[in-house]
Design a protein around this ligand. Structure first.
Ligand code: 2HG
Ligand code: ZN
Length: 459
């Protein structure tokens, strides 16, 4: 199968865009933390949607699986596989054009391989905003964030990626093309099928382009870093900030003091306020005047009521960026510190302080020597409850302990990173057999041959 199949791929995308040498394939087959390696016959890099369709048809005929890949920044091994059977990586990175930006209709049409940061910058340059923002945005692609329904730091105000997609162009496993790049705010004509593909992790179809929803660029941004005693105080601060600033609050991030200590150790970036058990990074945006005054008054009240012990408000864009870079370096610092066991959990927002206290105590009791690195999106009830465990720790046992407490709190074992190949067992523990069976029926209906990303999400 291999030689003739590789020739077919080369004829479709051009020989230069079929990578077969191990060294060329390595970046596509390694997760960026270096914790897992996948295998593939080839990495195929199509330049347009018709080539994607032809590759899928050829792979289906040859019985080869196709794993669609964006920036390979995911944390759930969504496109890394070593199982039986043959597979190729379909990397959409060459399809990276911004096709159109409509500042009046507030929409933008982009190809799947566009880098998220590029899209955000293009919107800002036009006086508009695309609010999906995450630490990996310099490498993550639009296709990848749609396939993952990525969250990030602005979900509190703008929702997950799903909320910002108006239309999709998708290629199905059999090469059928769905032309759905509609720039409409309202469209109830039949099933809203784009949602089947958003968050499907490359198992139901390949997203090749998207029409995104933009917002006007806010005139004023306020970023503050506050020291808080514990997550309960952070939650009280969130309630106060939402009461006073309403939906101007665009990000509300909680970070353990130990998380920022890792950032300082590995990157030399230090918080401009004294070390504390916990920190909150808060951002608010508005176009009406008065944001700075309103924010100052929130901070004064927070200090007065004891929700926060100390705080600093960025006085310039550069200072705001420095505060954000503390938050954005946590994942990188964690990776430099060594192997870690990640959890991307959600619980109802009011349950978070109790969950954090209980889970921290339980992990420290059951796994002596484990260190915790909890940080994330408190405003969304989503914390990355990551555990730096001594070598030899049974990672599955840590997962089971943490996820058990999550499920008991009415939460989710995957808030924004998806299932991939990392959380398949955990998915089965929290979705009923009826739900899994329904997902399997949808998958079989759209991809009866099992071409697209077999081994991801569920078997
Ligand atoms: C973030 O919030 C990302 O920075 C990464 O979702 C989380 O490293 C992690 O576990
Ligand atoms: Zn996150």
């Amino acid at each position: 199968v291999s030689e003739a199949f590789l020739d077919t791929l080369a004829a479709i995308v051009g020989p230069a865009h079929v990578l077969c040498q191990p060294a060329d394939m390595l970046p596509f087959l390694t997760d960026w933390r270096g914790q897992r390696r996948g295998s593939a016959l080839a990495v195929v890099r199509p330049g347009q949607m018709t080539e994607v369709a032809a590759v899928l048809r050829a792979a289906g005929a040859a019985g080869v699986a196709v794993l669609p890949q964006g920036g390979n920044t995911g944390l759930a091994y969504g496109t890394l596989d070593t199982g039986p059977g043959q597979r190729i990586i379909l990397s959409l990175g060459r399809m990276d054009r911004i096709r159109a930006l409509d500042p009046v209709g507030l929409t933008m049409e982009v190809e799947a391989g566009c880098i998220l940061h590029t899209v955000r910058q293009a919107a800002l340059a036009a006086g508009r905003q695309f609010p999906v923002s995450l630490a990996a945005e310099g490498s993550a692609t639009i296709g990848g964030i749609i396939a993952a329904n990525a969250g990030g730091v602005n979900v509190l105000r703008h929702g997950m990626t799903r909320a910002l997609v108006l239309g999709l162009e998708v290629v199905l496993a059999d090469g059928t093309v769905l032309h759905g790049l509609r720039a409409l705010r309202k469209d109830n004509a039949g099933y809203d099928w784009k949602h089947w593909f958003i968050g499907s992790e490359g198992t139901l179809g390949v997203v090749t382009a998207a029409t995104l929803r933009l917002l006007p660029r806010p005139r004023h941004t306020m970023v503050a870093l506050l020291a808080v005693a514990d997550p309960a105080a952070a939650l009280a601060l969130l309630v106060l900030a939402q009461e006073e600033l309403g939906d101007a609050i665009s990000a509300f991030e909680l970070m353990a003091g130990s998380s920022l200590a890792l950032v300082e150790r590995h990157f030399g970036l230090a918080a401009p306020i004294a070390p504390a058990p916990w920190f909150v990074l808060m951002e608010a945006q508005a176009s009406l005047p008065g944001l700075a005054e309103a924010t100052d008054s929130v901070l004064a009240t927070a200090l007065e009521r004891g929700h926060a012990g100390d705080g600093v408000v960025a006085a310039s864009d550069a200072q705001a960026q420095r505060l954000w870079s503390l938050r954005e370096h946590i994942t990188l610092a964690e990776a430099r510190e060594g192997a870690s066991i990640k959890h991307d959990i959600a619980v109802p927002v009011p349950a978070m302080p109790g969950f954090l206290a209980e889970a921290s105590a339980a992990v420290e009791r059951a796994f002596p020597g484990a260190r915790l690195n909890p940080f994330g999106h408190l405003g969304d009830g989503n914390i990355h409850f990551n555990v730096l465990a001594p070598p030899g720790t049974d990672a599955a046992a840590v997962n089971d302990l943490v996820h058990g407490l999550v499920i008991a709190s009415g939460g989710s074992i995957s808030a924004e990173h998806g299932i991939g190949r990392y959380r398949k067992a955990a998915l089965l523990a929290m979705r009923s057999p009826a739900e899994i069976a329904m997902m399997a029926r949808l998958r079989a209906a759209l991809d009866p041959g099992g071409v697209l990303n077999p081994g991801a999400v569920f078997d």
